[in-house]
Design a protein around this ligand. Structure first.
Ligand code: ATP
Ligand code: MG
Length: 423
């Protein structure tokens, strides 16, 4: 295929059988998030560029280097969303959702776009499932969100992930910490990477988020934010931990967890795989108590997270436990004439909600049985001369070879049989 006809670098197709794992994960998320009162929200993939610049922050990697920004034909600067929270907050304020009873809880799924260096677990179009809860500042809601994530991850078979939590303080206590951190960094500033030296002036906390090994090493005994929290922030964080303990949710404290977006306040968290490496974060989130106001809304504290779908799908695929079941039925007609009866049966059974396949072409019974087996069908129905004469179909359960007959028009029992109900 010609290079310029291929999908652009960092953009990938999702094709069967992998799509089944995607669907499975999305279905389970929808189901479990609903148990916690989260409703789906659908926001556009394009926003005015300002929506992201003002919320994520001008001096972040996302805004500085990663956004797909373009002018539309009328000269407006638009951006393909690099993340979901800013759009959800924009939607929340624009639609006056804050007038609904608190907490207002929403979730979304969909593609995000970042111009990053593509590699395993890192794409330029990637999908997130995210959730946001507005209008409650009590730490209980932070705990509830972590509990929901825990339920969801163990439901899809991912029990052994690491949950790290931190509090990055508020406008009252963060400036004090910032100063202490700057004082610490200043003495060894030459030892840090170029990005970190720049971050030192603009946002020193981000030095703690740097993935360069020498920077991690150099900042290993930097002062930690949790020693600088004000009374409110530290009470909030303490209560959160109590709730998590009571819910029996395992977590680790990581005072270096500062996140790469400017809007966070207070609680931050990340869920990572135990495999080392920089692509090991599957979920990230935290509080952003001031963001709604920045969009012109009322004071509405909020907390949320985003799950990286590709990384989750990889983890679930590696375990090899989620398998798409095959069709309930593979129908074999031994000649073209019997197909007229066959397609009627097929239509009825599909209409009753069952996945049914049929052999095409004029191949032998043997080769059609092979096809049925390869498709992973639960049952085959066979219609041949004897069956038509006797007005019945022959069925065979492929797993154990059990056979029997049903009248050609007994769709109800056919459906029961295929669904593995007693007939
Ligand atoms: P990372 O540290 O891996 O760059 P991040 O802090 O930039 O992640 P967030 O913006 O918080 O990530 O997004 C939440 C989740 O979305 C991440 O934990 C990750 O699973 C996923 N994610 C982020 N960027 C990408 C990408 N380029 N490709 C695939 N998944 C991604
Ligand atoms: Mg990133």
């Amino acid at each position: 295929m010609k290079e310029r006809l291929r999908a652009p670098k960092g953009f990938q197709d999702v094709i069967p059988p992998k799509t089944f794992i995607w669907q499975h994960i999305e279905d389970r998320a929808r189901k479990i998030f609903k148990n916690y009162g989260f409703h789906e929200i659908r926001v556009p993939v394009v926003e005015h560029t300002d929506v992201f610049v003002r919320s994520i922050g001008e001096n972040t990697d996302i805004v500085e280097k990663e956004m797909y920004t373009f002018n539309d034909r009328a000269g407006r600067s638009l951006t393909l969303r690099p993340e979901g929270t800013a759009s959800v907050v924009r939607c929340y304020v624009q639609n006056g959702l804050y007038t609904m009873p608190a907490p207002q809880r929403y979730f979304y799924t969909g593609p995000m776009f970042r111009y990053e260096r593509p590699q395993k677990g890192r794409f330029r179009q990637f999908y997130q499932i995210g959730a946001e809860a507005f209008g409650v500042d009590a730490p209980y809601i932070d705990a509830e969100i972590l509990c929901m994530l825990n339920d969801f991850l163990s439901d899809i078979g991912l029990d052994g992930l690491n949950c790290e939590i931190n509090s990055i303080g508020c406008n009252k206590c963060r400036p004090g910490y910032r100063q202490a951190l700057k004082a610490y960094l200043l003495s060894g500033l030459d030892g840090y990477c170029e990005d970190c030296r720049r971050r030192y002036d603009i946002n020193p906390l981000r030095v703690l988020d740097c993935k360069v090994p020498s920077c991690i090493e150099a900042s290993s005994d930097a002062p930690v934010i949790t020693d600088y929290l004000c009374d409110d922030c530290s009470a909030h964080f303490r209560k959160l931990r109590k709730y998590l303990d009571s819910m029996e949710i395992k977590y680790e404290l990581n005072p270096r967890l500062v996140r790469g977006l400017d809007y966070y306040t207070g609680t931050t968290f990340e869920i990572t795989t135990v495999h080392p490496g920089s692509q090991n974060a599957v979920v990230a989130g935290g509080r952003y108590d001031k963001l709604v106001e920045e969009f012109g809304g009322p004071s509405a504290p909020a907390v949320g997270f985003a799950i990286g779908m590709e990384r989750l799908v990889e983890l679930v695929s590696d375990m090899d436990i989620v398998k798409e079941p095959g069709p309930g039925l593979f129908l074999i007609c031994l000649n073209e004439e019997y197909r007229l009866t066959g397609i009627r049966i097929l239509r009825k059974l599909r209409f009753s909600g069952l996945w049914c396949e049929m052999g095409f072409g004029a191949s032998s019974l043997r080769s059609q049985l092979k096809k049925a087996d390869r498709a992973g069908a639960r049952y085959v129905f066979i219609i041949g001369e004897d069956e038509i004469k006797a007005g019945r179909i022959k069925y065979r359960r492929l797993s154990n070879g059990e056979e029997g007959y049903l009248p050609l028009d007994d769709y109800e029992n056919m459906a029961r049989l295929i669904s593995d109900e007693r007939i």
